[in-house]
Design a protein around this ligand. Structure first.
Ligand SMILES: Nc1ncnc2c1ncn2[C@@H]1O[C@H](COP(=O)(O)OP(=O)(O)OP(=O)(O)O)[C@@H](O)[C@H]1O
Ligand SMILES: [Mg+2]
Length: 372
């Protein structure tokens, strides 16, 4: 009998809501239907404002946004289930990550805030919903992130090969999967697409620099790259996680302003520098914490940035770099499938965090269950 679960994920890039319907009956998930749904423009704008200028937001705005985002997630789940032809009563649960508004794992006290009211998702879909995955790990002393490594381990680990999984979303995160019984490592390496997207939006109307074509027209500015590489997060050892609070367009502007660049740089040179910087942070993290890796499997939207992928592969010559597609799961759906898989773990009463990754004091059952 099929065991259908629905995963909903909108990451830090806010490029859309990834929705997947998967059959988790076997240890290898079978993807039944997957689609990225556009955010309603007004909600996307409001989310951007809350994320970029949190100090301007009232409690009323926040409460209403939480409700609207929850409704949007519910409509997304309903649309996907319809498209797949699977009735709600046949879907065991929705795993909804929520939209992160603020991630502060190192503040005192630590917290991470996702919005998208799961009560509404359960009410409007008639499907049991699991949500709020990060805060129990934080309560146990962890970073609350990354949470996908347990799924990466179940899906991609090999007893023969030291593998690592690289997800390049808004931020980038690495999961180190040793072939031996050594513990799994995982952490955010720093920015993924976020800085490239932000600079691109200032100069173009499209969503992102497709394939890195615009960056390819520019030249890296070494002094700027070196300055960006001085960010303390990049020197910090794991466990660690980050977000748009740390790496965003404003942070980049400060670095640019502080640097006495000889002449006014060309916009495409900046884009190229951001791409080279991103590739370096990833390659440095692999060299520092996953030096024995033989295969680097890449997922997330950044896997489609041809130039970025070439540069990462160029910096890590001894490692075979490939898309997760070659290993059974298309790079666009790994994160959303992971949250469907984590919902199943939660319903089964099984922990979903890896303390070796998040730094939590013990394994915990993640999230809360909102019954259908
Ligand atoms: N063809 C492409 N060429 C270049 N970049 C691309 C392409 N397709 C997607 N991207 C990049 O991927 C980003 C979206 O990636 P993704 O959806 O994995 O990130 P996310 O939603 O922030 O997820 P998370 O942060 O949770 O991993 C886009 O904003 C864009 O920068
Ligand atoms: Mg996305």
């Amino acid at each position: 009998m099929a065991e259908y679960y629905l995963g909903l994920m909108s990451g830090t890039s806010m490029d859309g809501i990834d929705a997947v319907l998967v059959d988790l009956q076997d240890s290898r998930p079978e993807l039944v239907c997957a689609r990225t749904f556009a955010w309603p423009e007004a909600i996307q704008q409001q989310l951007s404002q809350v994320i970029d200028q949190p100090e301007t937001v009232s409690l009323q705005t926040l409460g209403q946004l939480d409700a609207r985002v929850g409704e949007t997630f519910a409509m997304t789940a309903n649309a996907l289930a319809r498209e797949a032809g699977i009735p709600a009563q046949d879907i065991r649960a929705i795993g909804s990550h929520g939209q992160t508004l603020f991630h502060a794992p190192d503040s005192q006290p630590a917290f991470s805030h996702q919005c998208g009211d799961p009560n509404r998702i359960a009410e409007l879909t008639g499907i049991t919903t699991v949500a709020d995955f990060r805060r129990r790990d934080i309560a146990a002393g962890g970073q609350g992130a990354p949470l996908v490594p347990a799924f990466h381990q179940a899906m991609f680990s090999s007893p023969e090969q030291n593998r690592a999984i690289l997800n390049i979303g808004g931020m980038a995160n690495l999961t180190v999967l040793p072939a031996t019984a050594n513990p799994v490592l995982g952490f955010d390496t720093g920015p993924g697409n976020v800085l490239m997207d932000s600079w691109y939006h200032r100069h173009h109307t499209g969503p992102y620099d497709k394939g890195g074509a615009w960056a390819a027209q520019g030249k890296c500015i070494p002094a700027l790259q070196e300055r960006l590489l001085e960010h303390p997060f990049l020197q910090q050892p794991p466990p660690k996680s980050t977000g748009r609070e740390m790496f965003c367009g404003n942070w980049f502007d400060e670095q640019l302003d502080a640097l006495p660049l000889p002449a006014s740089p060309k916009a495409e040179d900046i884009q190229r520098t951001l791409l080279e910087f991103t590739a370096r942070t990833i390659a440095d993290a692999v060299r520092a914490y996953a030096a024995e890796t033989r295969q680097l499997l890449v997922c997330g939207g950044g896997a489609h940035n041809t130039l970025l992928m070439q540069r990462i592969a160029g910096l890590l010559e001894a490692i075979e770099t490939a898309s997760t597609e070659a290993f059974g799961l298309h790079p666009d759906w790994v994160e959303a499938v992971a949250f469907a898989w984590l919902a199943k773990a939660t319903l089964a009463g099984q922990p979903g965090n890896l303390p070796s990754v998040t730094g939590a004091s013990h394994p915990v059952i993640l999230g809360a269950i909102y019954p259908a």
